[in-house]
Design a protein around this ligand. Sequence first.
Ligand SMILES: [Zn+2]
Length: 204
Amino acid sequence: MRSNKAVVKVMTPKRTEGAIASMMERVLVELGEDPKREGLVRTPGRSEAAMRFLTSGYHMDLQRVVNGALFKVKYDEMVIVKDIEFFSLCEHHLLPFFGKIHVAYLPKDKVIGLSKIPRVVDMFARRLQVQERLTQQVAEAIQQVLEPKGVGVICEARHFCMMMRGVEKQHSATTTSSMLGVLRRRKETRDEFLSLVRQNSLYA
Ligand SMILES: [Zn+2]
């Protein structure tokens, strides 16, 4: 079993404007392309901008993302945010994987602004990832900021590295989950979450 300790590091990679673009130009040459031809002249720059955006989660800070949107309430039923779309990059091939994340938590004495949960997902999705770690990091981040009785995260995703390379069937989806606190310990709580997620699931 993995530790439940939150891994919410803020990394500060070196950023030299144009550094990725100049390497992408060499990649184009290596692929047998002519980086000077009209359609490709601005491609290295665009590619750098896209790559920087898709990994911008490294520069996000959990406290700043949540920005104090925690509210004291007496509510103690499960809160579920379903079908949060995400797009990430697999760290093994630098190809996209994408899908939906479902988050549930059982509040102790506070709740989080609902719009913040998708932002927490983006913070971790916009990095080089593996699906299992993304799932776990979202759960641990919610646990860390909210200290609820329990957190559950389910991630359903499709990986371009599998779909495009013909390794697996094009429509196969991978599901991962991370359950903390009562969602890990209490079967009926976990089942409640799972059955709510399964209703109308895109991948069911
Ligand atoms: Zn991959």
